[in-house]
Ligand binder design. Structure first.
Ligand code: ZN
Length: 370
């Protein structure tokens, strides 16, 4: 077994302590303005260990919600402007995302999008990532603040993957039976937008194909790689260890799903639609659109489910990230407890809320529109 360790990689000790960006030695001596510019570029690509706030909880949903067993459409947009939000209570997350425009008045025939799946369609799933990329004792759910297609509220570039935040040295394991397409660093072969973007990485080419596509899983920012190119692996096999190599602010796994071209940064899809749901959970995928049917970027979707935990997802910032070939979503999040959840989006004209029955072990599709 071979261990690759990039000389440029921070030590795990340094990475843990490095909660604010510290430039490499070679940057010392530059004027502060130049340094700030370089810093902003470097942190743009990915992640943020230490930047995540603990998730607050919301009160359980009122009994009237649980009384219904069928999905209900409860659009509640009003003509009144959105009132100023009350001061955040200790049980609610502060809102940093403004209300979104809801477009001009719709005309007949303007709303239907023939590309959208039916909301009750359940045959479109493709959970080829049958296992999680980290062992069960680790944090096995993608971080909320920087999901696929989001910008962490404008702090970073559009995200082409999801983050699994775990300490440096946490094992990384195969999500599915596959052949190792790449194991090493990206200093010569570019997988991102410039060399050494992902640092040490492993790319798996999955055995199973999907709708004629070859499916890849990319693991970025590794501390060390223990797999070798050409090696065949099965679900759960060790690939290496979590680190912060490449453009990363702290130790975490950056996981991507790519179709057909493993070195193409624009070939990604949302990994949350490829990861098999954890037991008792499902996935919500949807579109936040204006009254004319146009997708709205950077809208915050708040999600309240029966477990009382606060969840959210932001809609895709731009089209540098592709939606799913089946769902054409502009947001998705997984590991949502099966059962009723309420989704809400603040439009300028008012809040649109919908109740949705999240199916276990499946993707539930929903449209939010004023
Ligand atoms: Zn990332």
């Amino acid at each position: 077994m071979r261990i690759l360790l990039n000389a440029k990689t921070q030590s795990s000790k340094d990475a843990k302590n490095n909660r604010t960006f510290m430039p490499p030695v070679s940057f010392r001596g530059l004027r502060p303005g130049v340094l700030a510019l370089i810093s902003s570029i470097l942190v743009a690509a990915c992640s943020l260990q230490g930047g995540l706030e603990p998730l607050p909880t919301l009160m359980p949903m009122p009994p009237t919600v649980a009384a219904s067993s069928t999905p209900l459409a409860t659009a509640t947009a009003t003509l009144a402007p959105t009132p100023a939000p009350p001061a955040a209570s200790p049980t609610e997350a502060p809102r940093a995302v403004p209300a979104v425009a809801d477009g001009t008045p719709a005309t007949v025939g303007d709303l239907a999008d023939p590309a959208l799946p039916s909301e009750d369609a359940q045959s479109l799933d493709h959970f080829l990532f049958v296992g999680r990329p980290v062992p069960p004792h680790a944090s096995v759910t993608p971080a909320a603040s920087y999901r696929y297609g989001s910008t962490y509220e404008g702090r970073y570039d559009t995200h082409h993957g999801v983050e699994f935040e775990n300490p440096a040295g946490t094992q990384l394991i195969a999500v599915a039976p596959a052949t190792v397409f790449w194991a090493g660093d990206d200093s010569a072969t570019v997988f991102g937008t410039f060399p050494n973007f992902y640092g040490n990485l492993v790319v798996l080419r999955l055995d199973e194909h999907w709708q004629g596509h070859t499916v890849y899983a990319l693991y970025g920012h590794m501390l060390a790689v223990s797999a070798e190119a050409g090696q065949t692996v099965t679900t759960g096999d060790l690939l290496g260890y979590i680190g912060s190599s490449g453009i990363a602010r702290g130790p975490h796994l950056h996981l991507e799903a790519r179709l057909d071209n493993p070195t193409d940064y624009n070939s990604t899809r949302n990994p949350e639609l490829w990861l098999a749901p954890l037991p008792g959970t499902g996935i919500i995928a949807g579109r936040v659109i204006d009254s004319r049917g146009k997708p709205i970027p950077d809208a915050r979707v708040d999600i309240k489910c029966a477990d009382g935990r606060f969840r959210f997802a932001d809609t895709y910032h731009d089209d540098t990230v592709a939606p799913d070939d089946n769902y054409h979503e502009n947001f998705a999040l997984g590991d949502v407890p099966a059962g009723l959840c309420q989704l809400s989006v603040d439009y300028i004209s008012g809040t649109v809320k919908r109740l949705v029955m999240v199916n276990g072990a499946a993707t539930t599709f929903i449209v939010l529109q004023p």
